[in-house]
Design a binder for this molecule. Structure first.
Ligand code: NAD
Length: 490
């Protein structure tokens, strides 16, 4: 069994104090690797290494940074299969999804490689004809990237290539529930030619993350995780006046109108909640269905949910894997119990899934509650598991009211064949992402992020790299005039 060290300054360095914790395979229930618990001294060492490497990396021209990021993308593709096995072993997500996530990670590296030599500034015409004004976009310096356990490499690569293309160096802290793939990823970065110290990884829990956020040499924090921890990070960063990007949770409404294609909407609803075992921030966990299609869609979904193939995450035939870790499994089962107690009508699932081929795995049956009211916990709280709440509605106005009556604002889906209705509703959805006649679709070019308690700032797309740059304005007076020192110059 491998006992991982930290990746600092291009070397594998052990914890300063002798603390380790276990990586548990959620399918077998067995410990399959060990990780170091980083102390503040380890965090210091990682930040120092990043700080040492930063001027050199920022001084490398954009074309060279692009070349290296593209080489890393090639290496990721070469190792996609192996990395997918590691990810699925660590967090129970099915191999068909983790494999496509590795290819998407490579796509993100190529997309941001393209920006490395195109971080243009502007020239700005001022009122005075003898002052030349221009802007540049500079890196922050050393940036902290903190991620969640559900998709460690995707969440990392939503941030990392953008941060690097802009000339930052980074210290990464993955979730204590799934850290192995992030450490293994460092080997790919080195093989691609990334200089030592540009990316550093420490592992550990919340205390390690907090030590990183509070470190005086961390210039910016980009965080993906829960609203509860996001709040703490925003408070710590606020205290030190550090900028933060927060990618937090969701409870996204997926709305099916009477004029939708029922088969397409059913598939979209399934993908929205049972893809990734529902452990995705954009899970379409609130399905709002108009009365005319309500019974039909509920029936179709219940039938399809029962037919989903649960199995070994490493088996390409498996459609749904395990829940990623024990605490999350317990939270999901509690949410199912409380939905039943609140009077929601269980139409599929509701139990731990068992069977010879499922072994000790943390499997939850694809679960659907119908006739849910919007004030029930199952309609309001993020469960982060394969649990769908179906709510009926009558009118378009009612659908919008229910959809937006939620503390979150990450994503929403609209299913309708009426383009006028779709165009009318898009501006009314209080979410950072709106999908029309599709769900859970991502692209390197398309910005992603939330509103309300789903956070702020954006990842992916052009705006994703701007989050890792600071605008500098430069004014050059090339007149030879002696000006009045007590008047504002313009
Ligand atoms: P979490 O907030 O418990 O942990 C996330 C990370 O924060 C972990 O690395 C953890 O160790 C670290 N952390 C914990 N306490 C900290 C502290 N005080 N200071 C600094 N770091 C600290 O979240 P989770 O359970 O790992 O992930 C699930 C949540 O993540 C869900 O709410 C989900 O919706 C959200 N998520 C959001 C997105 C998105 O892009 N919006 C994507 C994936 C997951």
């Amino acid at each position: 069994m491998e006992r991982y060290k930290f990746y600092i300054g291009g070397d594998w360095i052990g914890p300063a104090e002798d603390g380790h914790f276990d990586a548990v395979n959620p399918f077998t229930g067995k410990v399959w690797a060990q990780l170091g618990e980083a102390s503040p001294a380890d965090v210091d060492a990682a930040v120092e290494a990043a700080a040492r490497a930063q001027p050199g990396w920022a001084g490398t021209n954009g074309a060279t940074r692009a070349l290296i990021l593209n080489r890393v993308a090639d290496v990721i593709v070469d190792h996609a299969e192996r990395m997918a096995v590691i990810e699925s072993t660590d967090n129970g997500k099915v191999i068909r999804e983790t494999k496509s996530q590795m290819l998407f990670a490579a796509r993100l590296f190529r997309f941001y490689a393209g920006y490395a030599d195109k971080l243009y500034g502007s020239t700005i015409p001022l009122d005075s004809s003898t002052i030349f004004d221009y802007t540049t976009r500079e890196p922050y310096g050393v940036v902290a990237l903190i991620t969640a356990w559900n998709s460690p490499i995707t969440l990392l690569c939503n941030k990392l290539p953008a941060a690097l293309a802009a000339g930052n160096t980074v210290v990464v802290k993955p979730s204590e529930h799934a850290s192995v793939s992030t450490l293994e990823f460092c080997k790919l970065l080195a093989e691609g030619g990334l200089p030592p110290g540009v990316v550093n990884v420490v592992t550990g829990g919340g205390e390690t993350g907090a030590a990183l956020v509070r470190h005086a040499d961390i210039a910016k924090v980009s965080f993906t995780g829960s609203p509860a921890v996001g709040r703490k990070i925003a408070a710590m960063a606020g205290e030190m006046l550090k900028p933060v990007t927060l990618e937090l949770g969701g409870k996204s409404p997926n709305i099916v109108f009477d004029d939708a294609d029922p088969e397409a909407a059913t598939i979209g609803a399934l993908a929205g909640i049972f893809g990734a075992t529902g452990q995705t921030c954009v899970a379409g966990s609130r399905l709002l269905v108009q009365r005319g299609l309500y019974d039909e869609i509920t029936q179709r979904l219940a039938d399809r949910a029962r037919a989903i193939r649960l199995g070994d995450p490493l088996d390409p035939a498996s459609e749904m894997g395990t829940v990623a870790n024990r605490p999350q499994f317990d939270r999901i089962m509690q949410s199912i119990d409380s939905a039943t107690q609140d009077g929601a009508r269980l139409v599929a699932g509701g139990n731990r899934a068992k069977g010879d081929h499922l072994g000790e795995g943390l499997f939850v049956e694809p679960t659907i509650f119908a006739d849910v009211r919007n004030d029930m916990a199952v309609a309001q709280n993020e469960i982060f598991g394969p649990v769908l709440a179906i709510l009926p509605f009558e009118t378009e106005e009612e659908a919008v009211d229910i959809a937006n009556d939620i503390p979150f604002g990450l994503a929403s889906g609209l299913w309708t064949r009426d383009i006028s209705r779709a165009m009318r509703l898009v501006p009314q959805m209080k979410s950072g992402v709106v999908w029309v006649n599709t769900y859970r679709m991502v692209a390197a070019q398309a910005p992603f992020g939330g509103t309300k308690e789903s956070g702020f700032g954006r990842e992916r797309g052009e705006v994703g790299i701007m989050e890792f740059t600071v605008t500098k304005n430069v004014m050059i007076d090339y007149s030879s005039e002696a000006r009045d020192p007590f008047a504002i110059k313009n």
